[in-house]
Design a protein around this ligand. Structure first.
Ligand code: UDP
Length: 316
């Protein structure tokens, strides 16, 4: 197998590079490094089967020789990042997906689109099944991400039906673990690092909004199984263990043994009030369900952030 991973230097992308290399694949990792990091892939540079191209996939994509699979992970993924890079976020989900699909068609490669639970917006049903069409504010701050991913799904299905591209669509729910950026703004790294630094934990709103957190190893297994399957319709992958953010903050305080307190701040615009995947399809089609309990996964994430702090001497 020869596989191209766009966004391969990012959090989930770099773990997919590891996994596909372990399965014996050759990997071409593409990333423009606006949110990805060489730190995430530097351990792979000595591997003959791994190569890296610093590249913006909104440009024409060319790779010499056969390619069997394309995993399109390239995108900003944290609300803070896509507010900072709104146009890049829209471009990579739209133009970047178009280029990646054209490339998949030319190579007769399997194409996997990394979509998101954000296609459901601020959902009016909970948990979310794949059949739910969502509740998205296209002109709100999150619209740049939500709409780019909704467009990407539509484009993927169009290439599937019109050009016969063998495509997969995964809707990724909140995922956490080693290689997240310490300050990417997402609730898991933010709260863990605040707890480790003895700073107050910033809970937005009254903390009654819910999220459901999936450990990275479970996510990678789900993505790998979907890639290997023959499923063309969207599949939710995530952990249905739904938590209120306020309770999640308490869990972080307990796990880190921190003396930090919780402070409540303003809820960002259009912040979804609930989010929880219905994973019946993934269970049925892929035989997949998450295995790592939240507390175990969080302990690994805490260890990772502690080791980052040691390496950087506490300065980031
Ligand atoms: N959040 C929070 N404190 C933070 C960062 C995020 O309370 O320091 C909240 C945020 O408002 C949202 C939830 O945690 O309700 C998850 O936010 P995240 O940025 O991780 O991603 P989202 O799930 O909203 O895409």
């Amino acid at each position: 197998m020869r596989i191209v991973i766009t966004g391969g230097a990012g959090f989930i992308g770099s773990h997919l590079c590891d996994r596909f290399l372990k399965e014996g694949a050759e990997i071409i990792c593409m990333d423009n490094l606006i949110t990805g990091s060489m730190e995430n892939i530097k351990h792979l540079f000595s591997n003959q089967k791994f190569s890296f191209m610093e590249y913006d996939v909104t440009n024409y994509i060319y790779v010499d020789g056969a390619v069997d699979g394309i995993l399109h992970l390239a995108s900003c993924a944290s609300p803070v990042d896509y507010l900072k890079f709104p146009i890049q976020t829209l471009k990579v989900g739209s133009i970047g997906t178009h280029k990646a699909l054209g490339f998949a068609k030319a190579k007769k490669a399997v194409f996997l689109m990394a979509s998101t639970s954000e296609v459901y917006g601020d959902p009016l049903v909970n948990p979310q099944k794949e059949e739910y069409w969502g509740n998205v504010n296209c002109v709100g701050p999150r619209g740049v991400y939500d709409e780019s991913k909704r467009f990407a799904e539509a484009m993927t299905m169009a290439y599937h039906y019109s050009h016969g591209v063998d495509s997969r669509i995964i809707r990724i729910f909140n995922t956490y673990g080693p290689r997240m950026r310490a300050h990417d703004g997402r609730v898991v790294p933010e709260l863990i690092n605040q707890a480790l630094e003895g700073k107050p934990l910033t809970v937005f709103g009254d903390g009654s909004q819910t999220r459901s957190f999936c450990y990275i190893d479970d996510m990678v297994e789900g993505i790998y199984r979907l890639f290997k399957s023959a499923e063309n319709d969207p599949v939710n992958i995530g952990n249905p263990d739904e938590k209120k953010i306020r309770d999640f903050a308490e869990t972080i305080i307990n796990i880190t043994g921190s003396s930090s307190k919780i402070v409540f701040g303003k809820l960002p615009a259009d912040d979804p009030k609930v989010r929880c995947p219905d994973i019946s399809r993934a269970k049925k089609i892929l035989g997949w369900s998450p295995k790592v309990p939240l507390k175990d996964g969080l302990r690994s994430a805490v260890e990772y952030f502690k080791s980052l702090n040691l390496r950087s001497g506490g300065v980031r």
